[in-house]
Each structure stands twice: as C-alpha cells, then as structure tokens.
Design a protein around this ligand. Structure first.
Ligand code: ACO
Length: 329
C-alpha cells in the first residue's frame, strides 16, 4: 500500500428548515443583518425524532454506495462530532446501524476541524496498509447546545451529517499534503464548557455534577484567527505537496461564514468560482460542513475525478488544518 483515495461521499440533513425571518421571531435580528454578515439565509435543525446516529448512517450509506462497497467491507469508522447522542461515543451505534461488524468505530472530537483531522488520521492507517476501507463521518447537531436567546451565536449554526469513504491505494497517494495545528491558549474564544456544581460524596470526598453550558463564542477573535491561520495552513500543505495554489481546482473550506471564505480566497488569490459554498442553505454545520459541501459538489458534477481539492477545517480548540487531495480513484 502506498496511499489513500477518497472514493465516495454522502450527506444527510434534518427535515426542518429555519430561515432568518423565522429566527427574527426568536431574537432581535433580521434577514438583512444575518445575510450581510454571514451569507446564511437558512439552516436545518434536527427534530425530536432525528438523531446524530440516524443522520450519520444515512450519509454513510450514500458514501459507501458511491464507492461501490458494502458496509461489510469497512475496516474502520471515524465519527467526527462534538455532539454525540452518547457522550461515550456514537460511532459504535453507527457501526451497528450500518451492519459493519469488522469495522473498529470511534469518535473524534475537534469541533469544526474534526472531519479534516479524522480524514488525515485515517489516512495514516491506510498508508501503512493496516486498513483497506474506511469511513470518515462529520456530523453535528449543535442546535442541542446553542443558546437560542443569544443572537450572536444562534443565527450561525445548523445541523447535518456528511461522510466519505477512503480506500487504500497501491499506485499513488491522493493525499498530497496536510498540516494540522492546535492552539489551546485561545481555547476560551469558542467553548461548549462543562460546568459542575460541587457535590459531596462521603467523608472528605467531593466531586462535581453538572451539565454543558451553551456555546460561547468571541466572534471577532474567531474571525481574525480563521482569516490568518487558514491561508497559512493551506500554504504549508501545498508546500508539502510541492504544488502552487494555481493547481488547486477547488477550495473546500469549513462553512463558517461567507466573509471568512471570501477573505481566505482573497489572501490566497483564488477566484470565487473555485470556492465551494452552501452557507446560504445550511449555515455552519461544524464537523459536517466539509463533507456536506463536498458531496453536493460531487453530485452536481462540479468536482470531477482527478480534481485537486484544498480543504481546510478550523474552529474550537482552537484547532485548524488543511489537506490537499485529489478526488476519486
Ligand atoms: N442580529 C442583529 N444584530 C446582531 C446580531 C444578530 N444576529 N449579532 C450581533 N449583533 C449586534 C451586536 O450585538 C453588536 O451590537 P452592539 O454594537 O450594539 O453591541 C453588533 O451587532 C456588532 O456585533 P459584533 O459581534 O461585533 O458583529 P461582527 O461584525 O463581529 O459579526 C459575526 C459577528 C458574524 C459572528 C462575526 O464576528 C463572525 O462571523 N465571526 C466568526 C464566527 C465564526 O465563523 N464562528 C464559527 C467558526 S468555528 C466553528 O465553526 C465552531
């Protein structure tokens, strides 16, 4: 084995759409404000009968079918999420839903960078020949954790799931270069923190019991961070791939905000027609955003086999990264 190829994609969205007009009944905002600042017009939100496992399994089945595999062929399933149905991890349940008994399944948490970190992680197993066929899922239901009274955050996020099949290759590696980074010193810019209350157990022993607090974000800092770090990471990954930005067919960025996409495109001098975006319809779906927009572009015949994609995820941690890969076998 010498490398990996991304051979299938899939996505699944919750049924309910929530547009900016509807949101303006909930918080003091307007379609104009949200559209101008973010490019987002609506988002999907998961209802009581929809789960992260369900959405992930739907997206996964599409990706597996596109790759021409069956779930039984899978050796590994990585679920990138910050919002599992079960804090112990939801990947195992997806493995059961798919009936993929051979696959080791585990969750990976790196917020909006999760899918990209998952892709690069699984690539290492494929490159060494340990596994042949793997599934990388990015899925999040942030509506569970958004403070729906906070207009600075609730207008940004949406729910969804996306997946790709990644296969070992013996001719050449389609993962051409990557760069993964973290900066914990800026962790407080974007958090979904546990907050415990002291709880007395016995004698001298106290613990805490609590819950997760709604998403907190310093929007300006996150904006600054993304616009600086994302181009750097893409340039580093391109350097490792020994490529120039002109050789990239598609810029596939985490869908956080249209202004971030435009600013990164400007810095890298990538024309807007090469920048994939579905922010208007889905908002920021965190770990799911990259595989969802990828799947849309593949199914719309925009992305063709052999196209070079520069992907970048960024978000809480803070964490960020980039991967340059060719689509298809
Ligand atoms: N509707 C109307 N007014 C609003 C809204 C809203 N939804 N949200 C904030 N405002 C108001 C603020 O209260 C403020 O008013 P004030 O001056 O009277 O206090 C004013 O608008 C400006 O607020 P800012 O927060 O300074 O607005 P900014 O121009 O920075 O835009 C935004 C906010 C869109 C969130 C921007 O900072 C941004 O996009 N940051 C990046 C966020 C992001 O992409 N996060 C996700 C990445 S990581 C991940 O995906 C988890």
């Amino acid at each position: 084995m010498v490398g990996m190829a991304v051979t299938g994609s899939g996505s699944a969205m919750p049924a309910a759409a929530l547009d900016n007009h509807a949101l303006s009944n909930l918080v003091e905002t307007s379609d104009d404000w949200v559209t101008t600042r973010t490019g987002i017009r609506q988002r999907r939100v998961a209802g009581p009968t929809e789960s992260l496992v369900q959405l992930s399994a739907l997206a996964a089945r599409e990706a597996i079918a596109m790759a021409g595999l069956t779930p039984k062929d899978l050796d590994a399933i990585v679920l990138a999420t910050s919002t599992p149905d079960d804090l112990f991890g939801s990947a195992g349940k997806i493995q059961k839903e798919l009936e993929a008994p051979q696959a080791v399944a585990f969750d990976l948490t790196a917020a909006c960078s999760g899918f990209l970190f998952g892709l690069v992680t699984i690539a290492q197993f494929l490159r060494t020949g340990t596994y042949r066929n793997a599934l990388v899922i990015g899925a999040d239901i942030l509506s569970r954790w958004v403070d729906w009274r906070d207009r600075r955050t609730c207008v940004l996020f949406g729910d969804g799931a996306g997946a790709v099949v990644v296969q070992a290759t013996s001719d050449r590696d389609r993962l051409l270069g990557f760069e993964l980074r973290s900066d914990g010193s800026q962790n407080d810019c974007l958090q979904l923190p546990y907050q415990g209350k002291p709880y007395h157990l016995v004698d001298e022993v106290d613990i805490t019991q609590g819950n997760y607090q709604p998403i907190f974000m310093n929007g300006k800092e996150v904006f600054r961070f993304a616009v600086k770090r994302v181009p750097e990471a893409i340039e580093k990954a391109l350097f490792r791939a020994q490529m120039d930005i002109e050789q990239v067919d598609w810029l596939l960025l985490h869908q956080a905000n249209q202004r971030i996409l435009d600013a990164v495109g400007d810095r890298l001098q990538v024309p807007s027609e090469k920048i994939l975006s579905n922010l208007a319809t889905y908002g920021n779906t965190s770990a799911a955003s990259i595989p969802i927009v990828l799947d849309e572009a593949v199914r719309a015949d925009k992305i063709q086999p052999g196209d070079v994609i520069a992907a970048s995820g960024f978000g809480a941690g803070l964490s960020w990264g980039a991967a340059i890969f060719e689509w298809g076998r």
